[in-house]
Write a protein that binds this ligand. Structure first.
Ligand code: NAG
Length: 418
Protein backbone atom coordinates (compact mmCIF):
# COMPACT_ATOMS: atom_id res chain seq x y z
CA UNK A 1 0.00 0.00 0.00
CA UNK A 2 2.51 2.40 1.20
CA UNK A 3 4.49 1.78 -1.89
CA UNK A 4 1.33 2.24 -4.06
CA UNK A 5 0.67 5.68 -2.62
CA UNK A 6 4.26 6.43 -3.00
CA UNK A 7 4.19 5.37 -6.63
CA UNK A 8 1.01 7.43 -7.22
CA UNK A 9 2.64 10.47 -5.62
CA UNK A 10 5.79 10.13 -7.57
CA UNK A 11 3.81 9.64 -10.81
CA UNK A 12 1.81 12.77 -10.12
CA UNK A 13 4.96 14.59 -9.19
CA UNK A 14 6.64 13.49 -12.39
CA UNK A 15 3.63 14.58 -14.46
CA UNK A 16 3.48 17.97 -12.71
CA UNK A 17 7.16 18.37 -13.09
CA UNK A 18 7.08 17.48 -16.78
CA UNK A 19 4.12 19.76 -17.54
CA UNK A 20 5.60 22.51 -15.40
CA UNK A 21 8.86 22.21 -17.22
CA UNK A 22 7.10 22.23 -20.56
CA UNK A 23 5.08 25.33 -19.61
CA UNK A 24 8.17 27.05 -18.32
CA UNK A 25 10.02 26.10 -21.47
CA UNK A 26 7.19 27.25 -23.70
CA UNK A 27 6.86 30.52 -21.84
CA UNK A 28 10.55 31.19 -22.35
CA UNK A 29 10.11 30.50 -26.07
CA UNK A 30 6.99 32.71 -26.17
CA UNK A 31 8.58 35.46 -24.14
CA UNK A 32 11.70 35.36 -26.20
CA UNK A 33 9.63 35.77 -29.32
CA UNK A 34 7.86 38.82 -27.93
CA UNK A 35 10.67 40.22 -25.88
CA UNK A 36 13.98 38.81 -27.06
CA UNK A 37 16.11 40.64 -24.50
CA UNK A 38 14.52 38.59 -21.71
CA UNK A 39 15.72 35.26 -23.04
CA UNK A 40 18.09 33.67 -20.54
CA UNK A 41 20.48 32.98 -23.42
CA UNK A 42 20.60 36.64 -24.27
CA UNK A 43 21.04 37.67 -20.67
CA UNK A 44 24.10 35.47 -20.52
CA UNK A 45 25.24 36.89 -23.86
CA UNK A 46 24.73 40.45 -22.66
CA UNK A 47 26.68 39.89 -19.50
CA UNK A 48 29.54 38.59 -21.59
CA UNK A 49 29.31 41.54 -23.93
CA UNK A 50 29.50 43.99 -21.07
CA UNK A 51 33.19 43.40 -20.65
CA UNK A 52 34.79 44.51 -23.88
CA UNK A 53 37.26 42.22 -25.61
CA UNK A 54 40.65 43.85 -25.25
CA UNK A 55 43.28 43.07 -27.84
CA UNK A 56 46.96 43.94 -27.75
CA UNK A 57 49.41 44.56 -30.54
CA UNK A 58 52.94 45.90 -30.27
CA UNK A 59 55.47 47.39 -32.59
CA UNK A 60 58.27 49.89 -33.05
CA UNK A 61 56.22 52.19 -35.31
CA UNK A 62 59.39 53.90 -36.41
CA UNK A 63 58.66 55.71 -39.67
CA UNK A 64 55.04 54.86 -39.35
CA UNK A 65 53.12 54.40 -42.59
CA UNK A 66 49.65 53.33 -43.66
CA UNK A 67 50.77 49.68 -43.57
CA UNK A 68 51.12 49.98 -39.79
CA UNK A 69 47.80 51.82 -39.66
CA UNK A 70 46.11 49.04 -41.57
CA UNK A 71 47.56 46.35 -39.30
CA UNK A 72 46.19 48.20 -36.28
CA UNK A 73 42.82 48.57 -38.00
CA UNK A 74 42.75 44.81 -38.58
CA UNK A 75 43.78 44.14 -34.98
CA UNK A 76 41.05 46.42 -33.64
CA UNK A 77 38.48 44.47 -35.66
CA UNK A 78 39.35 41.34 -33.62
CA UNK A 79 38.11 42.95 -30.40
CA UNK A 80 36.35 45.95 -28.91
CA UNK A 81 39.35 47.85 -27.61
CA UNK A 82 42.86 48.00 -28.99
CA UNK A 83 45.81 48.52 -26.67
CA UNK A 84 49.10 49.16 -28.43
CA UNK A 85 52.57 48.60 -26.98
CA UNK A 86 55.22 50.95 -28.36
CA UNK A 87 58.79 49.65 -28.08
CA UNK A 88 61.33 51.84 -26.26
CA UNK A 89 64.14 53.70 -28.05
CA UNK A 90 66.74 51.57 -26.24
CA UNK A 91 65.24 48.26 -27.28
CA UNK A 92 64.96 49.41 -30.89
CA UNK A 93 68.59 50.53 -30.82
CA UNK A 94 69.71 47.13 -29.48
CA UNK A 95 67.62 45.12 -31.92
CA UNK A 96 67.57 47.15 -35.11
CA UNK A 97 69.77 50.21 -34.72
CA UNK A 98 68.81 53.71 -33.55
CA UNK A 99 65.20 54.73 -34.30
CA UNK A 100 64.49 57.68 -36.55
CA UNK A 101 61.53 58.73 -34.44
CA UNK A 102 61.95 59.14 -30.67
CA UNK A 103 59.45 57.41 -28.38
CA UNK A 104 57.40 60.50 -27.56
CA UNK A 105 56.76 61.17 -31.24
CA UNK A 106 55.93 57.52 -31.90
CA UNK A 107 53.53 57.60 -28.95
CA UNK A 108 51.84 60.72 -30.33
CA UNK A 109 51.37 59.13 -33.71
CA UNK A 110 50.05 55.79 -32.46
CA UNK A 111 47.69 57.42 -29.94
CA UNK A 112 46.23 59.61 -32.68
CA UNK A 113 45.10 56.65 -34.80
CA UNK A 114 41.34 56.19 -34.93
CA UNK A 115 41.56 52.48 -34.08
CA UNK A 116 43.74 52.82 -30.99
CA UNK A 117 42.16 53.02 -27.52
CA UNK A 118 45.19 52.90 -25.23
CA UNK A 119 48.94 53.03 -25.62
CA UNK A 120 51.59 51.39 -23.43
CA UNK A 121 55.01 53.06 -23.70
CA UNK A 122 58.30 51.16 -23.46
CA UNK A 123 56.89 47.78 -24.42
CA UNK A 124 59.54 45.06 -24.73
CA UNK A 125 60.81 44.25 -28.22
CA UNK A 126 59.93 40.59 -27.66
CA UNK A 127 57.11 39.54 -25.36
CA UNK A 128 58.50 37.90 -22.23
CA UNK A 129 56.46 35.59 -20.02
CA UNK A 130 56.50 38.29 -17.33
CA UNK A 131 55.18 40.96 -19.69
CA UNK A 132 52.54 38.61 -21.04
CA UNK A 133 51.31 37.96 -17.49
CA UNK A 134 51.19 41.71 -16.96
CA UNK A 135 49.13 42.14 -20.13
CA UNK A 136 46.65 39.48 -19.04
CA UNK A 137 46.44 40.39 -15.34
CA UNK A 138 46.99 44.15 -15.18
CA UNK A 139 45.82 45.35 -18.59
CA UNK A 140 43.03 42.75 -18.88
CA UNK A 141 44.12 41.79 -22.37
CA UNK A 142 42.17 38.92 -23.94
CA UNK A 143 44.24 38.36 -27.03
CA UNK A 144 47.68 39.22 -28.31
CA UNK A 145 47.69 40.00 -32.02
CA UNK A 146 50.53 39.76 -34.51
CA UNK A 147 50.96 39.72 -38.26
CA UNK A 148 51.47 36.52 -40.22
CA UNK A 149 55.14 37.25 -40.75
CA UNK A 150 57.23 35.10 -38.43
CA UNK A 151 58.70 36.75 -35.37
CA UNK A 152 61.70 34.70 -34.32
CA UNK A 153 63.71 35.58 -31.22
CA UNK A 154 67.53 35.52 -31.25
CA UNK A 155 67.41 32.10 -29.55
CA UNK A 156 65.40 30.72 -32.46
CA UNK A 157 62.08 30.47 -30.66
CA UNK A 158 58.75 31.96 -31.72
CA UNK A 159 58.16 35.26 -29.88
CA UNK A 160 54.46 34.46 -29.53
CA UNK A 161 54.79 30.83 -28.48
CA UNK A 162 53.64 31.59 -24.94
CA UNK A 163 50.53 33.44 -26.04
CA UNK A 164 49.74 30.69 -28.54
CA UNK A 165 50.08 28.04 -25.87
CA UNK A 166 47.72 29.97 -23.63
CA UNK A 167 45.16 30.12 -26.46
CA UNK A 168 45.34 33.89 -26.35
CA UNK A 169 46.90 34.57 -29.73
CA UNK A 170 45.26 35.83 -32.91
CA UNK A 171 46.82 36.59 -36.25
CA UNK A 172 46.22 39.17 -38.92
CA UNK A 173 47.40 39.10 -42.50
CA UNK A 174 50.00 41.56 -43.62
CA UNK A 175 48.44 43.05 -46.71
CA UNK A 176 50.08 46.34 -47.56
CA UNK A 177 52.78 46.30 -50.19
CA UNK A 178 54.85 48.91 -48.44
CA UNK A 179 57.54 48.70 -45.81
CA UNK A 180 59.85 51.04 -43.95
CA UNK A 181 62.63 49.64 -46.10
CA UNK A 182 60.79 50.83 -49.22
CA UNK A 183 60.35 54.26 -47.76
CA UNK A 184 63.97 54.59 -46.70
CA UNK A 185 64.86 53.57 -50.23
CA UNK A 186 62.72 56.34 -51.70
CA UNK A 187 64.32 58.91 -49.42
CA UNK A 188 67.81 57.80 -50.28
CA UNK A 189 66.89 57.96 -53.94
CA UNK A 190 65.80 61.54 -53.44
CA UNK A 191 69.02 62.34 -51.58
CA UNK A 192 71.11 60.65 -54.24
CA UNK A 193 69.54 62.72 -56.94
CA UNK A 194 70.49 65.89 -55.19
CA UNK A 195 73.89 65.04 -53.74
CA UNK A 196 75.33 61.97 -55.40
CA UNK A 197 78.02 63.97 -57.16
CA UNK A 198 79.46 65.42 -53.95
CA UNK A 199 78.58 62.55 -51.63
CA UNK A 200 79.34 59.19 -53.18
CA UNK A 201 78.47 57.21 -50.04
CA UNK A 202 74.77 57.89 -50.52
CA UNK A 203 75.00 56.75 -54.09
CA UNK A 204 76.66 53.50 -53.12
CA UNK A 205 74.19 53.00 -50.33
CA UNK A 206 71.38 53.53 -52.75
CA UNK A 207 72.80 51.02 -55.18
CA UNK A 208 73.38 48.60 -52.39
CA UNK A 209 69.89 49.05 -51.07
CA UNK A 210 68.17 48.74 -54.38
CA UNK A 211 70.14 45.75 -55.59
CA UNK A 212 67.77 43.00 -56.54
CA UNK A 213 64.85 44.88 -55.12
CA UNK A 214 63.73 47.01 -57.98
CA UNK A 215 65.47 47.07 -61.29
CA UNK A 216 64.08 50.47 -62.08
CA UNK A 217 66.82 51.98 -59.95
CA UNK A 218 69.42 50.58 -62.23
CA UNK A 219 67.69 51.87 -65.34
CA UNK A 220 68.97 55.21 -64.18
CA UNK A 221 67.03 57.11 -66.78
CA UNK A 222 63.53 57.49 -65.38
CA UNK A 223 64.82 59.50 -62.43
CA UNK A 224 62.66 61.05 -59.78
CA UNK A 225 59.34 59.49 -60.66
CA UNK A 226 60.62 56.00 -59.82
CA UNK A 227 58.65 54.36 -57.04
CA UNK A 228 59.43 51.18 -55.14
CA UNK A 229 56.02 50.69 -53.61
CA UNK A 230 54.05 47.56 -54.35
CA UNK A 231 51.01 49.35 -53.03
CA UNK A 232 47.93 49.33 -55.20
CA UNK A 233 45.29 51.60 -53.75
CA UNK A 234 41.76 50.24 -53.82
CA UNK A 235 38.52 52.05 -53.16
CA UNK A 236 37.80 49.44 -50.51
CA UNK A 237 40.85 50.43 -48.47
CA UNK A 238 39.90 54.09 -48.64
CA UNK A 239 36.41 53.22 -47.42
CA UNK A 240 37.86 51.15 -44.56
CA UNK A 241 39.97 54.13 -43.47
CA UNK A 242 37.15 56.66 -43.83
CA UNK A 243 34.70 57.98 -41.27
CA UNK A 244 31.03 57.36 -41.77
CA UNK A 245 30.31 60.63 -40.06
CA UNK A 246 29.18 63.57 -42.17
CA UNK A 247 29.15 67.20 -41.09
CA UNK A 248 26.03 68.04 -39.10
CA UNK A 249 23.64 70.81 -40.22
CA UNK A 250 25.25 73.50 -38.08
CA UNK A 251 28.77 72.16 -38.08
CA UNK A 252 31.64 74.60 -38.16
CA UNK A 253 33.91 73.21 -40.86
CA UNK A 254 37.63 73.82 -40.60
CA UNK A 255 39.89 73.38 -43.62
CA UNK A 256 43.61 72.70 -43.61
CA UNK A 257 45.69 71.75 -46.63
CA UNK A 258 49.18 70.51 -47.33
CA UNK A 259 51.35 67.75 -48.72
CA UNK A 260 51.34 65.63 -45.55
CA UNK A 261 54.33 63.77 -46.95
CA UNK A 262 55.93 61.19 -44.60
CA UNK A 263 53.14 61.75 -42.11
CA UNK A 264 54.74 62.62 -38.77
CA UNK A 265 54.03 63.83 -35.23
CA UNK A 266 54.13 67.48 -36.37
CA UNK A 267 51.22 66.75 -38.72
CA UNK A 268 49.30 64.98 -35.95
CA UNK A 269 49.67 67.94 -33.62
CA UNK A 270 48.60 70.59 -36.11
CA UNK A 271 45.58 68.45 -37.10
CA UNK A 272 44.62 68.10 -33.44
CA UNK A 273 44.71 71.87 -32.95
CA UNK A 274 42.82 72.50 -36.20
CA UNK A 275 40.08 70.03 -35.25
CA UNK A 276 39.72 71.82 -31.91
CA UNK A 277 38.67 75.01 -33.73
CA UNK A 278 35.49 73.51 -35.15
CA UNK A 279 33.22 70.49 -35.39
CA UNK A 280 34.48 68.93 -38.59
CA UNK A 281 37.98 68.88 -40.06
CA UNK A 282 38.36 68.73 -43.81
CA UNK A 283 41.92 68.11 -44.98
CA UNK A 284 43.03 69.01 -48.48
CA UNK A 285 45.91 66.86 -49.73
CA UNK A 286 47.86 68.34 -52.61
CA UNK A 287 48.47 66.29 -55.74
CA UNK A 288 51.90 64.79 -56.47
CA UNK A 289 52.27 67.38 -59.26
CA UNK A 290 51.51 70.27 -56.93
CA UNK A 291 54.00 69.00 -54.35
CA UNK A 292 56.69 68.48 -56.99
CA UNK A 293 56.09 71.94 -58.40
CA UNK A 294 56.64 73.50 -54.98
CA UNK A 295 59.25 71.27 -53.37
CA UNK A 296 61.17 69.89 -56.31
CA UNK A 297 60.93 66.85 -58.58
CA UNK A 298 62.20 64.47 -55.87
CA UNK A 299 59.10 65.11 -53.78
CA UNK A 300 56.72 63.84 -52.56
CA UNK A 301 58.25 60.68 -51.11
CA UNK A 302 54.80 59.15 -50.63
CA UNK A 303 52.26 59.38 -53.44
CA UNK A 304 48.85 61.00 -53.18
CA UNK A 305 46.98 57.83 -52.24
CA UNK A 306 49.50 56.84 -49.63
CA UNK A 307 49.45 60.32 -48.11
CA UNK A 308 45.65 60.29 -48.11
CA UNK A 309 45.51 57.01 -46.18
CA UNK A 310 47.93 58.27 -43.54
CA UNK A 311 45.87 61.41 -43.01
CA UNK A 312 42.58 59.46 -42.97
CA UNK A 313 43.93 57.15 -40.26
CA UNK A 314 44.25 60.11 -37.90
CA UNK A 315 41.36 60.44 -35.46
CA UNK A 316 41.22 64.25 -35.75
CA UNK A 317 40.41 64.08 -39.44
CA UNK A 318 36.82 63.84 -40.63
CA UNK A 319 37.31 63.95 -44.37
CA UNK A 320 40.01 64.43 -46.97
CA UNK A 321 40.09 65.92 -50.45
CA UNK A 322 42.29 63.54 -52.44
CA UNK A 323 44.10 66.01 -54.67
CA UNK A 324 43.28 69.46 -53.35
CA UNK A 325 44.04 72.58 -55.38
CA UNK A 326 46.98 74.78 -54.36
CA UNK A 327 44.82 77.87 -54.24
CA UNK A 328 41.67 77.97 -52.15
CA UNK A 329 38.88 79.35 -54.33
CA UNK A 330 35.62 81.04 -53.38
CA UNK A 331 33.77 78.16 -55.00
CA UNK A 332 35.53 75.64 -52.80
CA UNK A 333 34.71 77.58 -49.65
CA UNK A 334 31.04 77.71 -50.66
CA UNK A 335 30.84 74.08 -51.79
CA UNK A 336 32.25 72.72 -48.55
CA UNK A 337 30.78 75.48 -46.34
CA UNK A 338 34.25 76.15 -44.93
CA UNK A 339 34.11 78.46 -41.90
CA UNK A 340 37.79 78.64 -41.17
CA UNK A 341 41.00 77.99 -43.09
CA UNK A 342 44.06 77.24 -40.98
CA UNK A 343 47.71 76.59 -41.62
CA UNK A 344 50.71 76.04 -39.39
CA UNK A 345 53.79 78.18 -38.93
CA UNK A 346 56.21 75.33 -39.57
CA UNK A 347 56.39 74.45 -43.24
CA UNK A 348 58.96 73.35 -45.78
CA UNK A 349 61.28 76.22 -46.71
CA UNK A 350 59.57 78.55 -49.08
CA UNK A 351 56.53 76.35 -49.55
CA UNK A 352 54.27 79.37 -49.57
CA UNK A 353 56.73 81.84 -51.06
CA UNK A 354 57.77 80.08 -54.24
CA UNK A 355 55.72 82.25 -56.53
CA UNK A 356 53.61 85.35 -56.31
CA UNK A 357 50.33 83.49 -55.95
CA UNK A 358 49.18 83.46 -52.37
CA UNK A 359 47.14 80.26 -52.02
CA UNK A 360 45.22 81.84 -49.16
CA UNK A 361 44.37 85.14 -50.92
CA UNK A 362 40.62 84.40 -51.19
CA UNK A 363 40.03 83.17 -47.63
CA UNK A 364 42.23 86.04 -46.38
CA UNK A 365 40.01 88.55 -48.18
CA UNK A 366 37.05 86.92 -46.39
CA UNK A 367 38.91 87.16 -43.10
CA UNK A 368 38.58 83.43 -42.35
CA UNK A 369 42.27 82.47 -42.18
CA UNK A 370 43.95 81.59 -38.93
CA UNK A 371 47.65 80.85 -38.57
CA UNK A 372 48.34 78.20 -35.95
CA UNK A 373 51.61 78.09 -34.08
CA UNK A 374 52.90 74.61 -35.02
CA UNK A 375 53.39 72.70 -31.75
CA UNK A 376 56.32 70.68 -33.05
CA UNK A 377 59.17 71.88 -35.17
CA UNK A 378 59.19 68.93 -37.55
CA UNK A 379 58.90 68.86 -41.33
CA UNK A 380 59.24 66.13 -43.91
CA UNK A 381 62.80 67.40 -44.45
CA UNK A 382 63.50 66.87 -40.73
CA UNK A 383 62.57 63.22 -41.10
CA UNK A 384 64.66 62.80 -44.24
CA UNK A 385 67.64 64.46 -42.54
CA UNK A 386 67.35 62.16 -39.53
CA UNK A 387 67.44 59.12 -41.75
CA UNK A 388 70.32 60.28 -43.88
CA UNK A 389 72.41 61.24 -40.85
CA UNK A 390 71.86 57.73 -39.53
CA UNK A 391 72.56 56.10 -42.83
CA UNK A 392 75.40 53.85 -41.75
CA UNK A 393 73.18 52.13 -39.21
CA UNK A 394 70.41 51.94 -41.76
CA UNK A 395 72.64 50.36 -44.30
CA UNK A 396 73.20 47.40 -42.01
CA UNK A 397 69.57 47.33 -41.01
CA UNK A 398 68.38 47.42 -44.61
CA UNK A 399 70.65 44.58 -45.62
CA UNK A 400 69.09 42.37 -42.99
CA UNK A 401 65.53 43.62 -43.31
CA UNK A 402 65.55 43.68 -47.09
CA UNK A 403 66.54 40.02 -47.13
CA UNK A 404 63.83 38.93 -44.70
CA UNK A 405 61.21 41.04 -46.48
CA UNK A 406 62.22 39.60 -49.84
CA UNK A 407 61.73 36.13 -48.38
CA UNK A 408 58.36 37.16 -46.96
CA UNK A 409 57.11 38.44 -50.29
CA UNK A 410 58.40 35.38 -52.10
CA UNK A 411 56.33 33.15 -49.83
CA UNK A 412 53.31 35.43 -49.97
CA UNK A 413 50.16 34.10 -51.59
CA UNK A 414 46.59 35.25 -52.13
CA UNK A 415 45.21 37.55 -49.47
CA UNK A 416 41.60 38.54 -49.06
CA UNK A 417 40.51 42.17 -49.00
CA UNK A 418 40.79 42.60 -45.25
C1 NAG B 1 27.62 76.40 -42.72
O1 NAG B 1 28.43 76.61 -41.56
C2 NAG B 1 27.87 77.40 -40.56
C3 NAG B 1 28.86 77.47 -39.41
O2 NAG B 1 29.97 78.18 -39.77
C4 NAG B 1 26.57 76.83 -40.08
O3 NAG B 1 25.98 77.67 -39.13
C5 NAG B 1 25.63 76.61 -41.25
O4 NAG B 1 24.47 75.97 -40.80
C6 NAG B 1 26.30 75.79 -42.32
N1 NAG B 1 25.43 75.67 -43.49
C7 NAG B 1 24.97 74.52 -43.93
C8 NAG B 1 24.10 74.60 -45.14
O5 NAG B 1 25.22 73.45 -43.40
Amino acid sequence: MGSGVGLETSRRFLATWLIGGLVAGLSVVALTAVWPELSPLNIVGKRKKKRPIRVYMDGCFDMMHYGHCNALRQARALGDQLIVGVVSDDEITINKGPPVTPLHERMLMVSALKWVDEVIPDAPYAITEEFMRKLFDEYNIDYIIHGDDPCILPDGTDAYALAKKAGRYKQIKRTEGVSSTDIVGRMLLCVRERTSSENPSHASLQRQFSHGHNQKYDDGGSGSRTRVSHFLPTSRRIVQFSNEKVAGPNARIVYIDGAFDLFHAGHVEILRLARGLGDFLLVGIHTDQTVSANRGAHRPIMNLHERSLSVLACQYVDEVIIGAPWEISKDMITTFNISLVVHGTVAEDGDYEKDNRDPYAVPKSMDIVKVLESPLDITTSTIIKRIVSNHEAYQKRNERKGESERKYYEGKSYISGD
